[in-house]
Design a protein around this ligand. Structure first.
Ligand code: SER
Length: 634
């Protein structure tokens, strides 16, 4: 079955159930400072889950272009990709489990003709302490659906992947897991920041029947990563919002379904290799031809290189089509890494010139011409951009590899930061590429040393991670430092005046002004702005100590420290608290602090150093549900 056909059938199926088809949003999120790329279908719709009215109604369906770098290490096997299309359907406070589960089952078994006995499902096992119930309702619905297909579906409680590996299938059909069956943008119930929506989910897996690989656990189970079971789709029952005290129900219950188009197509063809799906195959074939190494005839090592190259080129073509250009920062840096890694893998297959670029981009364009015609109409430009990047990198690969071999031969266990930086600055090897090459030789790269070296040489070549490293500050002057502390005061004052649901959504601080993006549904009233200003000015006058403490993440969360949305934190975190007046580094008196945030600093030592009058210069909308304040110390 062709992917185009599956996509069309899916959209039609849900249209027939009262859904409106909406277009895919761009891979570059519009006015969303929290994230670099669109990585799921629900992401552009978050504000509607929180209660805003969508102009197209309560039932929506689409196929969303999505890009994720979390799985980039896994790309190379037969099922992981960075770019994928997510088939999505949504109920914005309309239907719920009773409709969603039978519909998806009907689509898979009737419209696509998948045999019911190849499907296994998972549901949320609950958490009594958090007052989140076991999802017996979904299990019951699944039981009835299997029964209609003459199957008795046995329920098995596994809770964790580890236990799955120890206990295995136990002839089950419906499996209970905890974290695997909870969905929010930031992960498990514990990882969610206050204000974030989430809920239990139910996933459907297809059994390809391949033999279990014991490297992944003693026994196989639906969430085992050996490749036998592949997840086709995930119905999230988004009915909760995290609060500082725990969880509360959202005003309305939503459904957020997401299913991988390529994986569903692989199941429909009963072939676990998604690179054999018709939208990827022409690209694999084109690259195989350029490398004189046909996919079918290649050994697993060569296939891996072909798959990584194919994945990265397809992702690159889509990113370029959405306006991203290779560069040294943020999105541009990710795109550069993708293209260079693809060039590198092809180089290993003996491809030394750029003659593959034309046929590869054309193969992507032809696979997507009916649904994303912009790839075809922009292909000339795309080819030019990839060719320019190729020309920059290709001439240094050979000499860079020679240099790397020399470094590796001399290294004991570690490639130093200076050496890794040299490979970047002289030969254009992204750090991740050096790390990958090093790992092949059982060597590690000194990341911290690299960062130090990088900062020392930092002029034009800034990466996203290096910027993060500096906590969103443009420089480390005293003025910037001051505005950083004011930034904390402002966030807290906004929460006091507008409510605890206000969360930081982005920030940028220079020596002249600070910018804070935060979640809030409407324009601030002049009186509210005044109140916020006087609260911040009052705290400045009170001469409050600013105290830094390192503590376990769990403790910081328990104390209610503000964490930044979408960030993952290490086990031990640095926390800055402001106030009370009597606080000292030894006795921070957290219960009485005015503000407390996860933050790497740096900050002033006392608010008396802030000097000047705090003033909001501008308050404006960034996107639905996100406001932006620009402010300064005058
Ligand atoms: N948001 C869920 C996911 O990304 C379902 O769409 O898996």
């Amino acid at each position: 079955m062709f992917a185009d056909e599956i996509r069309n059938r899916y959209l039609k199926f849900f249209e027939s159930k009262g859904h409106t088809i909406i277009p895919s949003a761009s891979l570059v999120p519009e006015n969303d400072p929290t994230t670099l790329f669109t990585s799921s279908g629900m992401q552009p719709l978050v504000s509607y889950f929180l209660g805003e009215k969508h102009p197209k109604g309560l039932r929506l369906v689409n196929s969303q272009k999505s890009f994720r770098t979390e799985d980039i290490e896994e790309v190379g096997d037969n099922r992981h990709t960075t770019f994928f299309e997510m088939l999505g359907n949504w109920s914005l406070g309309d239907y719920f489990k009773d409709e969603q589960i039978p519909w998806f089952f009907e689509f898979l078994t009737k419209d696509l003709g998948l045999p019911a006995d190849k499907l296994y499902v998972t549901v949320f096992s609950g958490d009594e302490k958090l007052n989140l119930p076991k999802d017996k309702t979904s299990a019951e619905i699944w039981k009835n659906l299997f029964r209609e297909n003459d199957m008795e579906a046995k329920e098995v409680v596994l809770e964790t992947e580890a236990r799955g590996g120890e206990r295995g299938m136990q002839e089950g059909r419906i499996f209970y897991y905890r974290d695997k069956n909870w969905w929010s943008r930031s992960g498990s119930p514990e990882q969610m920041p206050a204000g974030e929506p989430g809920g239990p989910d139910s996933e459907v897996f297809y059994d390809f029947g391949t033999p279990h690989d014991k490297a992944f656990g003693k026994y196989c189970h639906p969430n085992c990563n050996c490749g036998r079971f592949v997840e086709l789709g995930n119905s999230v029952f988004m009915e909760y919002k995290k609060t500082t005290a725990g969880f509360e129900k959202l005003p309305k219950r939503n459904v957020d379904f997401g299913g991988g188009l390529e994986r569903i197509a692989a199941a429909a063809n009963n072939n676990p290799d998604i690179f054999m799906v018709d939208i990827l195959r022409p690209l694999i074939d084109a690259l195989g031809k350029s490398a004189n190494s046909g996919y079918a005839e290649s050994d697993e090592g060569k296939r891996k290189n072909l798959r990584v190259a194919a994945d990265h080129i397809r992702a690159g073509v889509f990113l370029i089509s959405d306006g991203v250009l290779p560069g040294n920062k943020e999105r541009g840096y990710i795109l550069r890494r993708l293209i260079r890694r693809a060039i590198f893998k092809l180089n290993r297959l003996g491809v030394k010139d750029g003659s593959w670029i034309n046929p590869a981009v054309k193969a992507v364009a032809s696979s997507y011409q009916s649904f994303y015609p912009e790839i075809e109409s922009g292909q000339k430009e795309t080819i030019g951009i990839i060719l320019a990047e190729f020309n920059k990198f290709q001439q240094t690969i050979e000499s860079g590899m020679k240099m790397f071999k020399k470094i590796a031969a001399e290294a004991r266990r570690v490639v130093s930061g200076t050496q890794a930086f040299g490979l970047l600055s002289t030969y254009g090897f992204p750090l991740e590429l050096t790390a990958e090459l090093a790992a092949e030789k059982n060597l590690k790269v000194d990341d911290a040393g690299f960062k130090k070296e990088f900062e020392k040489h930092q002029t034009s070549s800034r990466t996203g991670s290096a910027q993060k490293f500096k906590g969103g500050l443009a420089d480390s002057s005293k003025e910037t430092l001051r505005l950083h502390t004011v930034h904390h005061l402002l966030l807290r004052a906004l929460q006091e005046v507008l409510g605890k649901s206000v969360k930081q959504r982005g920030s940028n601080i220079t020596a002249e002004r600070l910018r804070l993006d935060f979640s809030y549904h409407s324009k601030m009233m002049p009186a509210e702005i005044k109140k916020v200003e006087s609260m911040v000015n009052e705290k400045i006058k009170e001469s409050l100590p600013v105290v830094k403490t390192i503590m376990p993440k769990s403790e910081a969360l328990k104390l209610g420290a503000e964490s930044e949305f979408g960030q993952t934190y290490p086990d031990h975190v640095s926390v800055y608290s402001i106030g009370p007046k009597e606080a000292t580094p030894d006795n921070p008196r957290y219960k009485e602090t005015f503000s407390m945030e996860f933050c790497g600093g740096p900050h002033v030592k006392n608010t008396s150093e802030l000097k000047g009058v705090f003033k909001v210069l501008k308050e404006e909308a960034v996107s639905a549900g996100v406001r932006r304040i620009k402010a300064a110390l005058l």
